[in-house]
Design a protein around this ligand. Structure first.
Ligand code: CAA
Length: 258
């Protein structure tokens, strides 16, 4: 992949790790960062050598929101023309699992980015908030929508209307985070989880992710029908035959992603 300036990339076996890297701005998400992030995610999504991805920030901040300085002087027309939030929607199209490893500040667009991921490991130091109201605006990348679906209306109202910040323990309690771990173990925990997912049957993992996400987009009857057809569809894959044969033969399956 070409050189990036706002993110750092590493691979750990079948896991791709993206570190947000704008320390001078607490990883504030500017147009370049979201553009580079999506290029990296989409490249790994298309790469058979990668089975899952992790996005992380620094100890101090996962990301302190969209870059306020970049947009401060923009008009509404400028913002519509730039539409720098649009790349956030492309995260929905990533087929492989994406895990957020969150330490420190996870605010505004940073929180919205973390919420766009499929799983979230929070360090005890993580703090989640939607402080846009302090800037005279509202969240623009899912903070009124994904957050509300995740934590429920009353908590979302308090966060979005009154800048209530959640601790890591509260984020766990309200269903924003899968686990809370000591800060020094946060990335390791996320990488371990990602490696587990990357070792599973790739087509089934992708179908499973797609179906869980579909639960947010469809009525129940429609979602159940889609799930059933997807389940049946997997019976045309090598991995379904291998998985069920391996069960009968009492041996570990060898997945091919076919
Ligand atoms: N945009 C641009 N720069 C930012 C930034 C942001 N969102 N957050 C922090 N920075 C910069 C600061 O300006 C500062 O730069 P300078 O040293 O050049 O002044 C540097 O990062 C360090 O920040 P602080 O000195 O403020 O660090 P702190 O430890 O005192 O405070 C903080 C940390 C509480 C997170 C504070 O930086 C802060 O409140 N940041 C803004 C949070 C925010 O409002 N986020 C929402 C943005 S709007 C949005 O995200 C819209 C959307 O939905 C898409």
């Amino acid at each position: 992949m070409s050189a990036f300036t706002t993110i750092l990339l590493e691979t750990h076996g079948r896991v791709g790790l993206i570190r947000l890297n704008r320390p001078e701005a607490l990883n504030a998400i500017n147009t370049l960062l979201i553009t580079e992030l999506m290029v990296a995610l989409e490249a790994w999504d298309a790469d058979d050598a990668i089975g899952a991805m992790v996005i992380t920030g620094s100890d101090k901040a996962f990301a302190a929101g969209a870059d306020i300085k970049e947009m401060a002087d923009a008009s509404a027309a400028d913002m519509r023309a730039r539409d720098h939030i649009a790349p956030f929607d492309r995260i929905l199209n990533i087929r492989k699992p994406v895990i957020a490893a969150v330490s420190g500040w996870c605010l505004g667009g940073g929180s919205e980015l973390a919420l766009s991921c499929d799983l979230l490991i929070a360090a005890e130091t993580a703090r989640f908030g939607q402080p846009e109201i302090n800037l005279g605006v509202i969240p623009g990348a899912g903070g009124t929508q994904r957050l509300t679906r995740a934590v429920g209306k009353v908590v979302a109202m308090e966060m979005v209307l009154n800048n209530r910040t959640l601790t890591a323990a509260e984020a766990l309690h309200y269903g924003l985070a899968n686990r809370v771990v000591p800060a020094e173990r946060c990335l390791e925990e996320a990488l371990t989880l990602a490696a587990e997912l990357a070792a599973r049957a790739p087509l089934a993992i992708q179908a499973a992710k797609q179906m869980v996400n579909a639960a947010y987009e469809t009525a129940l009857t429609e979602g159940l029908a889609l799930e059933r057809q997807t389940f049946y569809g997997l019976f045309d894959t090598h991995d379904q035959k291998e998985g069920m044969r391996a069960f009968s033969e009492k041996r570990p399956p060898q997945w091919k992603g076919q």
